[in-house]
Design a binder for this molecule. Structure first.
Ligand SMILES: *Cc1c(COP(=O)(O)O)cnc(C)c1O
Length: 377
């Protein structure tokens, strides 16, 4: 069988799936010349809230704003500490600092690489007022256990669901598991716009109202010239809402295709030494990244590259080791620190062909075979 090359991701095929719908939406948008907010945004907000099992969705400009504005809307700012896991995209921590609060770094579980009740408890002080649970890689955190610790300590639970569109915890959708769920629709996410976009979902009406005001310069509802708060400009573009509505119709199918790929990788690596990150019992992932722990990352990546398989690393430097955030790091976080050198992300996109999946699985078996005879290079 001729080898095929396997890119890390491929957004173009998803674009093709919605091309006709987006063309039609674009024509009507030009006719209306409605470019920011409006009916298309409201429609997407309603559909996204329904999907997430919440009563409200508030469209914003990106996922970072979704997090920052949610913290601000909850009254979290200077003097407050917010627990965040260090194994996450830097935006989670960035949002805490942008809200004026202080990040408290937490370690992660060695198998799932996610925040746990135990790592949360170890990070809480008497100044802690919230926790951001990050459903990284499309895998939900055990929110039952984490929620019990948060509740006992009086913490607000905010979800960073930027990588978890359609993931569930005991059948409940990501985004509906805390006070508010924050999504990014950056093009590379599982539900991606044709530019930047984000949303906050919540069933708290007052919180939704505050978010709607903050995203639009602090404008008071029904009073276009009155600004009750220092808000910002974080409105969702109409064209992005139209793209997201078109893509939403494909999300379940795309997620199923991603799950199939990850299942194949799990079978191919069952014997080790490559080990896919574990899924907490109770979580049904909507895989965004297929992350594996490997013994010698450079060797494994170059073996895969020689077999035409592209890989990436999410994320090689934990947040507490990034220059602007080092000052908040006050203790070692050994699990995340060790994992950062051993994780590798395998190709994952909905339109992967069976030949491409086979190519990756074959390459993973080669890695295992060479590791057995001790020449993993
Ligand atoms: C992408 C991402 C964000 C930030 O989203 P943007 O839309 O890029 O601002 C936040 N958290 C996580 C975990 C992400 O993957």
């Amino acid at each position: 069988m001729a080898p095929v090359s396997v890119p890390f991701t491929d957004l173009a095929a998803m674009t093709q799936d919605v091309r006709r719908d987006v063309d039609a939406a674009w024509r009507s948008l030009l006719a209306d010349s409605d470019f920011v907010g409006g009916a298309a945004v409201e429609q997407f907000e309603q559909d996204w809230a329904d999907r997430c099992g919440t009563t409200h969705a508030v469209g914003v400009a990106n996922g970072t704003d979704a997090l920052t504005l949610t913290l601000r809307a909850l009254g979290i700012g200077p003097g407050d500490e917010v627990v965040v896991p260090v194994n996450t995209f830097v935006a989670t921590v960035e949002a805490v600092v942008l809200a004026g609060a202080t990040p408290r770094f937490a370690d992660v579980d060695p198998d799932t690489l996610l925040l746990t009740a135990h790592t949360l408890a170890a990070a809480i002080t008497n100044r802690t007022s919230a926790v951001v649970v990050v459903h990284l890689y499309g895998q939900t955190v055990d929110v039952d256990a984490v929620g019990r610790v948060a509740q006992a300590a009086g913490l607000a639970v905010v979800e960073d669901a930027a990588q978890a569109h359609g993931a569930t915890w005991r059948t409940r959708p990501a985004g509906s598991l805390g006070l508010a769920g924050c999504f990014s629709f950056y093009p590379g996410k599982n539900l991606g716009a044709f530019g930047d976009a984000g949303a906050v979902v919540t069933s708290d009406q007052a919180l939704a109202r505050t978010l709607r005001s903050l995203r639009n310069h602090g404008r008071l509802p029904g009073a276009p010239h009155l600004h009750g708060d220092v808000g910002t400009n974080s409105r969702m573009d109409t064209v992005q809402a139209a793209v997201l509505s078109a893509k939403l119709q494909h999300l379940d199918r795309w997620t199923a295709a991603r799950r199939h790929v990850v299942d194949r990788y799990r079978q191919a690596t069952a014997e080790g030494p490559v080990r896919l990150v574990a899924v907490a019992p109770g979580a049904e992932p909507a895989p965004h990244l297929a992350v594996a722990l490997v013994p010698d990352r450079d060797a494994v990546r170059s073996m895969l590259a020689r077999r035409g398989v592209a890989t990436a690393v999410h994320y090689p430097v934990p947040c507490h080791r990034q220059p602007p955030y080092r000052r908040f790091a006050d203790r070692p976080l050994p699990v995340a620190e060790e994992a950062a050198d051993r994780i590798v992300s395998l190709p994952l996109f909905p339109h992967m062909s069976e030949a491409q999946v086979n190519q990756v699985c074959g390459a993973l078996r080669d890695v295992a075979a060479e590791a057995v005879v001790g020449v993993a290079r």
